[in-house]
Ligand binder design. Structure first.
Ligand SMILES: C=CC1=C(C)c2cc3[nH]c(cc4nc(cc5[nH]c(cc1n2)c(C)c5CCC(=O)O)C(CCC(=O)O)=C4C)c(C)c3C=C
Ligand code: FE2
Ligand code: FE2
Length: 337
């Protein structure tokens, strides 16, 4: 058997000349059950990009404690957001892909667009193998994480590199590593926030809640925190908000270490005490609504805020399959086709 995979001489020569566009998101359990969540978390949390502590120690904690306790708790949370179409993250990513395909068909762009998930299905490896069979010789990868972070963006790259290491004929590769300051991204987010303000009135404060990360990663050189701050600055400039009218926070803390601050949940408790009882929350690190936005923000954090005396809490949806989000994706990818 050959060491590296490739098309036959006839097939390969005939089919080449195609460009592939690959959207990558995080992944989600196949079902909202403890066993499916366990499978998902076992793959996700074993990734050294996600948890950076010595492997042996971490494997003992992960398999000895976390994977025994967390799957049942997380599955109960997933059940709260699960729809007839399954996990919101999966459903929305499928819709985004379909719309991007249609967008390229309309604009006459000849590209084969697919999506894959870093953890779970459809896997990075199987999706790339399908593209390989199609004969792509150019590959544009768009990880759907607006702000570069090693646990997300670099991890997607690792999985792509691992698969490509088995190919004989490598495609030209363009990997989009961040779009936190892309004008189309900022415009799309600002439009969605403005629409909420026009419909429901301007809240006392806009909370921009980003997914968190251990603070240590920032000190080790991960630019994620700075990129989140840049997204916030560009957005609030566009919305003409004063410093009192917004706050940046970090959610989804995992484990005991110090994560990026201020924490979203602690902020929800303190805002009403400071007289802020009317807020809107937006999550600019999420390209699609998922457990972390629908349950943690629109569910859990809403409750924390209301129990602390908050009167009005609005969650502003992620950009999901909004037309201007799809146009943004197309514009990011187009120069590389
Ligand atoms: C353990 C450390 C984690 C780091 C670091 C981390 C970074 C990070 N994550 C996202 C986006 C998503 N995370 C999601 C879920 C999720 N994240 C972690 C842990 C870390 N994330 C866990 C354990 C989970 C699973 C849910 C749970 O059991 O609590 C999701 C949603 C997935 C879904 O199915 O809906 C997204 C999206 C970013 C952008 C990020 C960047 C620093
Ligand atoms: Fe996460
Ligand atoms: Fe969470």
């Amino acid at each position: 058997m050959a060491k590296f995979s490739g098309l036959s001489k006839e097939e390969g020569h005939k089919k080449r000349g195609k460009t592939g566009v690959l959207l990558v998101n995080l992944g989600t359990p196949d079902e909202a059950t403890p066993s499916a969540v366990r499978r998902y978390l076992a793959e996700f949390l074993a990734d050294p990009r996600v948890v950076e502590i010595p492997k042996l120690v971490w494997m003992l904690i992960l398999h000895g404690i976390i994977l025994r306790v967390r799957p049942a708790k997380s599955a109960a949370l997933y059940q709260q957001v699960w729809t007839k179409d399954g996990s919101p993250l999966m459903d929305i990513t499928k819709r985004q892909t379909k719309k991007l395909v249609e967008h390229f068909e309309r604009s006459g762009e000849d590209a084969s667009v697919r999506f894959c998930m870093r953890y779970g299905q459809p896997s990075v490896a199987s999706t790339l193998q399908d593209m390989h069979k199609e004969g792509i010789d150019k590959l544009v990868v768009l990880p759907l994480y607006p702000q570069y972070a090693a646990p997300t963006t670099a991890s997607a790259f690792d999985a792509i590199a691992k698969e490509l290491m088995t190919w004989r004929y490598l495609p030209a590769l363009h990997f989009i590593n961040t779009y936190h300051d892309n004008p189309d991204f900022i415009d799309a987010l600002a439009a969605s926030i403005s629409k909420d303000f026009e419909l429901n009135g301007q809240p006392q404060k806009l909370v921009l809640s980003y997914h968190g990360m251990p603070e240590r990663n920032l000190h080790l050189g991960d630019p994620y925190y700075c990129f989140c701050m840049i997204t916030t600055r560009l957005l609030v400039e566009k919305l003409a908000l004063t410093e009192e009218q917004y706050i940046t926070t970090f959610q989804s803390r995992f484990g005991k270490a110090k994560w990026l601050m201020p924490y979203t949940d602690a902020t929800m408790e303190s805002l009403p005490k400071d007289g802020i009882t009317d807020i809107a929350v937006v999550c600019p690190a999420f390209s699609a609504d998922c457990l972390e936005t629908l349950e943690e923000i629109a569910g859990e954090n809403r409750l924390i805020f209301e129990e602390a005396g908050g009167k009005s809490f609005r969650y502003i949806a992620a950009l999901n399959d909004n037309d201007d989000h799809i146009k943004m994706m197309a514009n990011i990818v187009k120069p590389h086709l």
